[in-house]
Design a protein around this ligand. Structure first.
Ligand SMILES: Cc1cc2nc3c(=O)[nH]c(=O)nc-3n(C[C@H](O)[C@H](O)[C@H](O)COP(=O)(O)O)c2cc1C
Length: 386
């Protein structure tokens, strides 16, 4: 366990009763977030923490979990818990993964390799972003025992995407995760104000030349990169194109409605991730956890439904599973733990979260996932029937 001595930041000074221990032991995901907030420089922290627009959905991604009440069952022998699972033919120690996030070396030199190795040690999935600071081949070589998936964007120059797919296959990644909620880039105001660009010593390591650079032309450099390079004309026909290109399982990331989940099933994808991209794309969409039930009801019996957005505690993982997710992913928490202490920070954070999830399973009276029922999670509005 890590003990830390540091100055209180601005938020903490405003709420001293919450943060009265300067030698804070890190015991929950939120603690890692506080450390990262105190440590990261503005360009990076703003890029990591921001949502789109007014950041209404960003706030809701976490707030919506708190509107859900748990109804635990008692006296059900929870001395032996089984939280392992099999996802797309891979055995996991628990239903956990690290979501793809761009440019992880801005958090810490361990970057993508640190996160991938920590995921492997924790028995979780690691999804590498197309926009990584470490090449997919280097991540594959450094974390051979991690279950790795690759997140794909479709470039206007289709041959770039094709080349990526071939490299991903050769490097032994087990699935392609196509991000479908970013035909254009969300409007993140802090990045525009900061004129976000990648620090000079880093690049987008899957590419060469101008495709490897994120520099500002006057606004947010990442917005400009995506606008220039990614194809906003993609449609469901491109799922068919991708399917004939590769035999890897295809997962769509960024599904928020029953209608699109049904289409995803019709187009034969292998799984979907209910996600609003960490509230970074379209503001005012529902919190991910609010969108999960309609998607799971529509396709959950015959398709792999996964989830990300706002997960901070074991309780959140339980709620997402009860509402239909088979696996959940962490975005920012992994970046913040990485910023705190590299690979070791992520290992510690995942260990804390797994134990917290086990505690929830036991206190809910659920020794296995079969014991979880939808009736165990109730919205606060319908909880008290008077
Ligand atoms: C800094 C940052 C960068 C991200 N980059 C990508 C990306 O390159 N591709 C992608 O599909 N999603 C990306 N995401 C979205 C995450 O995969 C994930 O959907 C989201 O972070 C989950 O919400 P959470 O941060 O509340 O856990 C990014 C998220 C963050 C915070």
């Amino acid at each position: 366990m890590t003990f830390y001595k540091r100055k209180l930041n601005e938020t903490e000074q405003l709420n001293p009763q919450e943060f009265d221990n300067n030698n804070m032991e890190l015991v929950c995901v939120k603690d890692f977030e506080r450390q990262a907030f105190a440590k990261l420089e503005k360009n990076t922290l703003d890029y990591y923490k921001s949502g789109a627009g007014e950041q209404f959905t960003l706030e809701q991604n976490r707030a919506a979990f708190r509107r859900l009440r748990l109804r635990p069952r008692i006296l059900r022998n929870v001395s032996q818990l089984d939280i392992s699972c099999r996802i797309l033919d891979e055995q996991l120690k628990w239903p956990m993964g690290i979501a793809p996030s761009a440019m992880q070396k801005m958090a810490h030199p361990d970057g993508e390799i640190g996160n991938a190795r920590a995921a492997g040690k924790a028995g979780a999935i690691y999804i590498l972003s197309t926009l990584s600071n470490t090449s997919l081949e280097d991540v594959a070589a450094a974390a051979p025992n991690t279950c790795k998936w690759f997140q794909l964007y479709i470039y206007k120059e289709r041959h770039l995407t094709e080349q990526l797919v071939r490299r991903v296959e050769r490097a032994g990644f087990k699935a392609l995760v196509l991000t479908v909620d970013a035909p254009v880039f969300g409007n993140r105001r802090a990045d525009v104000r900061n004129k976000f660009s990648l620090p000079d010593h880093l690049n987008l390591a899957n590419f060469e030349g101008e495709l490897a650079n994120v520099t500002t032309m006057g606004g947010s450099g990442i917005y400009e990169y995506v606008t220039n390079q990614f194809d906003p004309s993609i449609t469901w026909q491109d799922i068919s194109w991708l399917k004939q290109l590769t035999s890897l399982p295809i997962v769509l990331k960024g599904v928020l409605t029953a209608e699109d989940a049904v289409l995803a099933r019709e187009f034969g994808v292998d799984g979907i991730i209910v996600s609003n991209h960490g509230a970074r794309q379209l503001d005012s969409v529902p919190a991910s956890i609010e969108a999960l039930p309609e998607v799971a009801k529509a396709v959950g019996n015959d398709m792999l439904v996964m989830f990300d957005g706002g997960i901070m505690e074991g309780n959140d993982i339980f709620k997402a599973i009860a509402l239909g997710a088979k696996v959940v992913f962490l975005g920012r928490p992994a970046l913040y733990a990485l910023a705190h202490n590299g690979q070791q920070g992520v290992e510690e954070m995942l260990e804390i979260l797994r134990k917290d999830f086990e505690t929830t399973m036991a206190l809910m009276g659920c020794p296995s996932f079969e014991d979880i029922t939808p009736a165990m999670v109730v919205h606060e509005k319908t909880f008290m029937k008077l």
